[in-house]
Design a protein around this ligand. Sequence first.
Ligand code: PLP
Length: 390
Amino acid sequence: MGKKMTFTKNCYLDFAATTPVDQRVWEVMIPYFKDEFGNSSSIHMWGQKSEIALEKARISVAKAINCYPNEVIFTSGGSESDNLAIKGTALARRRMTGANKILISPVEHPAVFETARQLKDIFNFELEYLPVDEYGLVDPTLLEKYINPNIAMISAIYGNNEIGSINPIRELAEICHKAHIPFHTDAVQAAAHIKMDVNRDQVDLLSIGAHKFYGPKGVGVLYVRSGTPIIPTQTGGSQEFALRAGTHNIPYIVGLAEALNITCESIDRFHDRVIPLREMLIDSIIKQIPDTRLTGHHKQRLPNHASFVFKHIDGNELLVLLDQQGFACSSGSACKVGSPKPSEVLLNLGFPPEWAAGSLRVTMGRTTTPEEIEAFLKILPRIVKSLRKK
Ligand SMILES: *Cc1c(COP(=O)(O)O)cnc(C)c1O
């Protein structure tokens, strides 16, 4: 009632954190909550209807990423897909061959980082980090030098959630393929912006999560190339080819398939619109704000993604002030207000703490307008300046 607003518009610029469910996705999901509620494992008609919806979704995802339907494993999201890929394959390979080492890039999402770390701390695997350049990219010729028979599996992120860089996945996967070492990529960000093709990319395992591309939260896919050694990490019933126990979440699975189709058919149009906005954003911020650096690769990066570090500011304070002005952004990592630890990814890239602590990630979406970016660019330099004065 007459509450005074300090801003006129709420502007969401955090599409790498999550996206709203597309209306078309929502509509295909609804029937499966109530009317078509059957358990897809049941014999009767209710069960069969759900099973048909499940298998239709599986075929649709398989077509979208160019694999066979029995290589599509539905999970509860990107984190679970990463866990299943890394734990499931590392444990299966060690059992088969005795290989005891895991190789990952040092700029992974925590879902990969922490999973690999647990395998080291509790399951006695060796964990080694691949070398990356200043943009967080793994060089295929360097990967080649790391290959040896003791490696159980290798994982490198496709499109980086924090710094936007896109790894040369095909080249990396080819090297692993030749050496018969399973290669996993976390494509949870990339799948929202690059048409996935596991045949083109030659990967053995690939993680996807629906809520990064206008699908519901809490559902994902792990692609598992036929013949890849893997054991379930969630045991129980024999759902998902006995790789992931639990009654199927049909509305979410149907929603994921629809969201992925919409994404694939609209990717090019979205890029044409969003890349110029990203370039404007990057150029303007680098030019206007002193002691600023772009993080990640300038060209080889996710089209909607701009990320920076500002020297001598606290990134969390920056996010709070931006939020007060109606702009929702992120620091890029999972750190929350109150824990001002700089991002591990940025520290691993060699940024000193006085830079790494001042990170900002701006990620655009289907509804982002040039006016929003212009308004953001007007306000950001002032806020950074005020934080440096303190
Ligand atoms: C969001 C994200 C995840 C986690 O996915 P959830 O579906 O939220 O569990 C994993 N990896 C990357 C790169 C992500 O961006």
